[in-house]
Every structure is written in structure tokens, then in C-alpha cells.
Design a protein. Sequence first.
Lengths: 133, 133
Amino acid sequence: MRIGVLAKATGVSVPTIRYYESIGLLTPPARQGGQRVYGSEDVKVLSLIRHCRDLDFSLDAISDILASVQRRLPCSDTKVFAEQHLRSIRKKIAELRTLETTVAGLVSGCETTCCGSTAPDCVILQPSQACCG
Amino acid sequence: MRIGVLAKATGVSVPTIRYYESIGLLTPPARQGGQRVYGSEDVKVLSLIRHCRDLDFSLDAISDILASVQRRLPCSDTKVFAEQHLRSIRKKIAELRTLETTVAGLVSGCETTCCGSTAPDCVILQPSQACCG
DNA sequence: GCTTGAACCTCAAGTGGCTTGAGGGCGTAG
DNA sequence: CTACGCCCTCAAGCCACTTGAGGTTCAAGC
């Protein structure tokens, strides 16, 4: 199978497949007339990569995951990767929630206190919680 | 004031200040003996940029915000920027929550169904919701 | 056998928001 | 006059790709 077929089979774009090969995430396949030729194993590996990217694992983490798959390490290792990832997702959510609260507070502060003043005096743009009052 | 003093006054690193100048976010200051010399207005502008970065506005958005400040446009413009930003924050939170649910489900699925199998068969790494059953 | 068009190839640069490093110049205190 | 800290420019690195230029190979139709 050629690269375009592999791309359709896995949902990974052709340039991305070549990119994965260039960084060593995929092993370079055989060539026929200069063109890459893939087998069914490549579909499995690339589908796994795609699945992990859908879960937003980094390519570095995916590299580790692939290694643990190829070595048939115990499932617990996989779970550790997923738990680490889950922690970083939760941390990011917490950060964004704080940010959401802050920005939402500024927007409503602008509505109640700015009373149609100009941008330089807007509550939203004040370094601390100073007001345009 | 030299760049190091400006950096300390605003909490923005020296290379970052030079970077902001290079992309046109800060106007190039006067020079003395080849070295940048800043005034109090620069502290104000850079502090505003810092504040907006703390709120996670993109540099593109900050560029627009600075323009609205310099033109003394009405506060409502600022609020529009903040509201757009708030929407994108909320969208991102929603995406991350979905991801959190998915990954958390996979981790607990691994705990209950994988029963110590190997990585290639782990629930976490299966493309669909197939199990190692 | 020849042409056409799709799919393939490599290499380089762009995205965002910086950071880091190399290799050198300026300013001031002792 | 030397030492040290601060300053300068330019280039490359980070992440995960995407986009583009310019050229080659393959399969189908005539």
C-alpha cells in the first residue's frame, strides 16, 4: 500500500506521516521506485499513534507508549502514562477555570463600573483591580 | 532607563522585550551608544502587554488592544475583545473536560477490565471501545 | 508508444511565543 | 587598565504540524 492509502486508512495526513518518519516515530518503510510501500502492521502502528493523538498525548509520550507496546510491557505501564496525562489535563483545566473567572469578572466589572469610558481607562486593562472611578 | 531596568519594572524578560520590538509590538526606542533607552511611557505600554499576556491574550489580540488604547476608542471595544477571549477560553475548557472524561474512563476501564494484561491489549490503547475481553 | 493527470518525492519555511546560545561591544568601579 | 555586568545581533530550538515550490513516478486512455 502506498502512502495515500495508508493516510486514508488511518485518518493521518500524508505530510504528517512523512513528518512522523522524519522524527523517528515511524520506521522508514520499503521503497518501490522511490515511493514508500507500507504493510498492514504500519496501519496498526499509525492507527495507535492517531488514537493517542486524539487523546492529546505528546509525540514524546507516544514514542514511549509505542516502545511499551512493542516490548509487550504490562498494562500497568500504559495506565501510568494515562494517569500522568490525566493529571496534566486536570491541571490545565484548573488553570483555565481560574482564567475564566478572572476574565469573566473583568467583563462584568467593565459593564457595571466603566460606564462607557475609553479603552485606556477600562477596568479590563488595569494592571491591578484599580477602577476608572 | 536601560532594557534591564524596564524588564525588572514590568516583569517581562529582556529577550522578550527585544522580541516584542522585532515583531513590531513595541516601537523601537532611542539609542545611546547602541543601547536601547526607554522612558516611563514604555513602562506603561509594556505593563499593559504583560497584563494582557497574564490574561492569555494572543500577541495579535494585544496588538489590536494597544491600537484601541492609543486611539482612545470606547471601552465597549475592549469588552468585545475580552468577550471573544472568554468564549475561546470556555471552548477550550469544554474540549478539555470532554478529554478528561474520556481519559478518566479509559483509566478506570483498564483497572476493571484489563486485569494485568499487556500494553498492546490494554483498553486505553484500543482504537474504539473494544476490550481485551 | 505517448500523453495526461493524480499521486508521489524532497527540501525549506511558516505557525506562536518565546528561550537559549554564540560571539562580541559598552559602561563603570577599582 | 582590567574586570565584570550589562548590553548588542543573529541564529537556532521548542511543538506538531502545514504549506509551498519544484520535480518524479505511476496508471489509464488513445
